[in-house]
Design a protein around this ligand. Structure first.
Ligand SMILES: [Zn+2]
Length: 470
C-alpha cells in the first residue's frame, strides 16, 4: 500500500514538472467523514463522506464483503461492484450511505471484517468507511463518530481535536474499531499510552488480571526496545466462550497500530504468562513493515526475540528457550538451505526459517564484538531512525542500517545467502558450538558466553531478573 503511494507520488511530481505554466493549480484534496450510530442492534451506521479539492468521480468500498450491506445511497449514484460512481464528477464530492455491520458480522464472523461479541462489535475501518477512487496520495481524512449515550466507540486511529485522522490510502488497511457497550482502560507504559478494550464476554481471570498481563508484556517489550516502541496502541481483547488459552493475535499497523487478541473464557493467569502471542505482536510494533518482501525477517525477528524477552522478564527459563529453538528451528531448515526465504510460504518455513537467519546474525555480531553488541542494538538503531511498524521501509535499507550500526556485516550477507538464494545451514554444528545439547546447556562449549549474552542482552541490558532463571 505504501509502495503504491510512493509510486503515485513520483508520478504526480513528474506530472507537475511537465505541466504548462498556465495550467490550473490542482487543489489538495481533504475528506471529512461523519459516522452516526443510527441503531445499536442491529448496528447501523449512517456515514457521510465529503471530499473537496481535486475532482472525484467515484468512491470505493475497500472491504468487498461490506458492499452488499451498504444501502440508502443517494439518487444518481450507480454501483459497479465495490465502486460507487457519482452522477457527475465534482470538486465537492459527497457520498452518504448506511452500513449494516451486524449483517456483515453474521456473514463474515471474523474480526478482520466484522465480529460481534455480546454487546460489542469489532470491525476495521475498511469495513465501514469508503474512500475516494482512485486513491490519491496524501489525502487526509478526518473521521467524527457520534454515538448514543452509554454507547462507546474505540479505535487505534490517531485522535486530534475531536476527530480521528488517517490518510485515504490507509483506509483499505486501517486499524480496528470497536462499537457498543464495553470496558476500556488506559495503561501508561514508559512514554506510551496503551488503550485496552475488552469486547463483551466472560473472562474467568477477570479484567484486572488481563490488564496486568498486558501491561507487564508491554513493559517487557519496552525493556527490549529501551522504551515501548510506539506512542500509542489499542489492544482489543475478544473473549472466546468455552475455550482456554490465548487463541490468536494479530496486529494491523497501518495508520496507527491496533492489536486484536482472542482469549479463551477459561484462561487462567499461568496460561497468560506462558503464552507467546501478545509479546510476539507487541514486539512487531518496533520493526518497520515491508511491502512484498521481508516477511521472513519480520516474523523471524518476532519468533526469535519473543521467547528471549519473556526469559528476560523472568517468565521462562534460559534452558526452555534453547530447547524450543533446538526443537522448532528444523522446521525452517529446508527453506534457508534449499528454497530461499523470500520464496517460503508456510508458517514453519517463514517463522522458523526467518528465526534461523536472525539467530545466525545475532551469533555473528556477538562473536565478532566479544558480546558487546547484538542484533538488538542494530534493530534499536532502525527504530531510532523512525522504522516502526506503521512505516514501510525497503528491506535492504533496514538490513544495512542494522549492520552499519553494529559494525558487523551480518544481516546483508545472510539475506543474500538464505533469503534471495539458498545455501546449507548446519544447525547441529551450531548447537554444539553454543552448547545447546539434548536436555541441557553445556557451560564449557566454545560459544557458551555468546549463548548467555543472547539471553542476557549484552552489557547495556537492564534485565536484572534473568539471574533468577539459573
Ligand atoms: Zn508475527
Amino acid at each position: 500500500m505504501r509502495l503504491g503511494r510512493a509510486a503515485a507520488a513520483a508520478l504526480l511530481s513528474l506530472a507537475c514538472a511537465r505541466a504548462p505554466e498556465t495550467a490550473t493549480r490542482i487543489e489538495p484534496t481533504a475528506c471529512d467523514a461523519r459516522v452516526r450510530v443510527a441503531s445499536e442492534r442491529p448496528l447501523l451506521l449512517d456515514v457521510d463522506v465529503a471530499c473537496s479539492g481535486q475532482e472525484i468521480a467515484a468512491f470505493r468500498a475497500a472491504e468487498a464483503a461490506s458492499v452488499q450491506h451498504l444501502s440508502r445511497l443517494p439518487a444518481g449514484v450507480t454501483r459497479h461492484g465495490p465502486r460507487f460512481v457519482l452522477a457527475a464528477p465534482s470538486r465537492q464530492a459527497r457520498l452518504s450511505y448506511r452500513v449494516n455491520l451486524d449483517a456483515l458480522a453474521s456473514s463474515a464472523q471474523s474480526f478482520d471484517i466484522a465480529l460481534r461479541s455480546g454487546s460489542t462489535l469489532v470491525a476495521p475501518v475498511s469495513s465501514w468507511l469508503v474512500h475516494p477512487d482512485p486513491l490519491a496520495t496524501d489525502v487526509p481524512v478526518r473521521v467524527r463518530v457520534e454515538t448514543p449515550p452509554g454507547f462507546s466507540f474505540e479505535t487505534g486511529l490517531t485522535r486530534s481535536d475531536r476527530a480521528y485522522t488517517l490518510e485515504a490510502h490507509e483506509i483499505p488497511v486501517g486499524t480496528y474499531a470497536l462499537f457498543g457497550r464495553f470496558e476500556s482502560r488506559t495503561l501508561d507504559v514508559d512514554d506510551s499510552r496503551l488503550r485496552v478494550a475488552f469486547a463483551d464476554g466472560r473472562l474467568d481471570a477477570g479484567k484486572d488480571e488481563l490488564a496486568g498481563w498486558i501491561e507487564a508484556s508491554a513493559r517487557a517489550v519496552g525493556d527490549f526496545w529501551r522504551k515501548f516502541p510506539v506512542p500509542h496502541v489499542l489492544v482489543t481483547v475478544i473473549p472466546v466462550p468455552g475455550r482456554d488459552g490465548v487463541l490468536f493475535g494479530k496486529v494491523l499497523p497501518e495508520s496507527a497500530p491496533g492489536v486484536v487478541l482472542l482469549v479463551g473464557e477459561h484462561t487462567g493467569r499461568a496460561r497468560l504468562y506462558q503464552d507467546w502471542i501478545l509479546v510476539h505482536e507487541l514486539f512487531h510494533l518496533g520493526v518497520p513493515s515491508f511491502s512484498g518482501e521481508g516477511k521472513w525477517f519480520d516474523e523471524g525477528l518476532a519468533t526469535y526475540f519473543e521467547p528471549i524477552i519473556r526469559a528476560r522478564a523472568g517468565w521462562r527459563t534460559e534452558e526452555s528457550v534453547w530447547a524450543e529453538f533446538r526443537r522448532a528451528m528444523p522446521l525452517g531448515l529446508e527453506a534457508v538451505s534449499k528454497k530461499g526465504l523470500e520464496r517460503a510460504e508456510d508458517f514453519g518455513e517463514v517463522y522458523w526459517g526467518g528465526a534461523i537467519v536472525v539467530m545466525l546474525a545475532d551469533v555473528e555480531i556477538r562473536r565478532r564484538t566479544g558480546g558487546a553488541r547484538g542484533l538488538e542494538d542494530g534493530l534499536r538503531a532502525v527504530l531510532a531512525a523512525g522504522g516502526h511498524a506503521s512505516e514501510v521501509w525497503p528491506l535492504d535499507r533496514t538490513l544495512s542500517l542494522s549492520d552499519e550500526s553494529c559494525g558487523v556485516p551480518a544481516l546483508e550477507p545472510l539475506a543474500r545467502a538464505h533469503a534471495r538464494s539458498a545455501s546449507r545451514v548446519d544447525l547441529d554444528a551450531l548447537w554444539r558450538e553454543l552448547g545447546v545439547e539434548e536436555g541441557r546447556l553445556n557451560a564449557s562449549a566454545p560459544l557458551a558466553e555468546v549463548r548467555r549474552a543472547i539471553l542476557r542482552g549484552g552489557p547495556h541490558s537492564t534485565s536484572a531478573k534473568l539471574g533468577r532463571l539459573r
